[in-house]
Design a protein around this ligand. Structure first.
Ligand code: FMN
Length: 201
């Protein structure tokens, strides 16, 4: 599918076919595409929790406003981030770069993130948001529907998935076969309200 068509036809679908299953190869393809998303300094700080256990899905649904997508989608991805990935063998992220680049960038990573919890969290949310959109567009290109979600109790979900203390949850992306199309777009703002030329007044 053409990228523009995927962008236009991606909608947040609420009703998925609970009997549809994704193959392992489809799941790998989706995640492989998502992990081509950009991250600052290439730190690849996202972590993708694939909730395959139906019982765990039911528990998560209970703390997600009983939203049906959680149990009925074919693939529930909890997009998390490792807040400390910048400090976990960062040479891995640049191992194929010329030595001169490595020597420049590795200290730069450290000085950018070290002792700055706000930057670490901001970067986590930026990376995960971009990855979520890549995942949803990849799903669309593979003839699947999706729904981004943050309507859940973050602390309760963290407990259910045993989230490490140096990780955060950004959002869910539910993926599957939509049973009914999304309602018509509810109220797109006009471009002139959204675009600021050069500076705010
Ligand atoms: C971060 C985020 C969280 C969202 N959480 C939910 C959710 O919990 N449940 C839901 O049904 N839709 C959720 N949505 C979907 C939005 O309602 C939807 O994107 C918006 O209404 C625009 O519709 P569209 O995605 O079909 O274009 C979420 C979207 C985003 C980006």
């Amino acid at each position: 599918m053409d990228t523009k068509e995927a962008i236009k036809s991606r909608r947040s679908v609420k009703h998925f076919d609970p009997n549809h299953e994704l193959t392992e190869s489809e799941i790998r393809e989706l995640l492989s595409l998502a992990t081509l998303s950009p991250t600052a300094f290439n730190i690849q700080n996202w972590r993708f929790v694939l909730v395959k256990d139906p019982e765990l899905r039911k528990e998560i649904r209970k703390v997600s406003w009983d939203q049906a997508q959680v149990t009925d989608c074919s693939l529930l991805v909890i997009i998390c981030a490792d807040l400390k990935s910048w400090n976990k063998a960062p040479e891995r992220y640049w191992k194929k770069a010329p030595v001169a680049v490595q020597e420049f960038i590795l200290p730069a990573i450290k000085s950018y993130y070290q002792n700055n919890d706000q930057v670490q969290r901001d970067e986590a949310m930026r990376s995960c948001g971009i990855a979520a959109q890549t995942l949803m567009l990849a799903a669309k290109a593979m003839a699947y529907d999706s729904c981004p979600m943050d309507g859940f109790d973050f602390a309760a979900v963290a407990k259910l998935i045993n989230l490490p203390s140096d990780h955060v949850i950004a959002l869910f992306v539910a993926i599957g076969k939509g049973l009914s199309p999304a309602a018509p777009r509810a109220g797109q703002l006009a471009l002139n309200e959204l675009i600021i030329e050069n500076t705010f007044l």
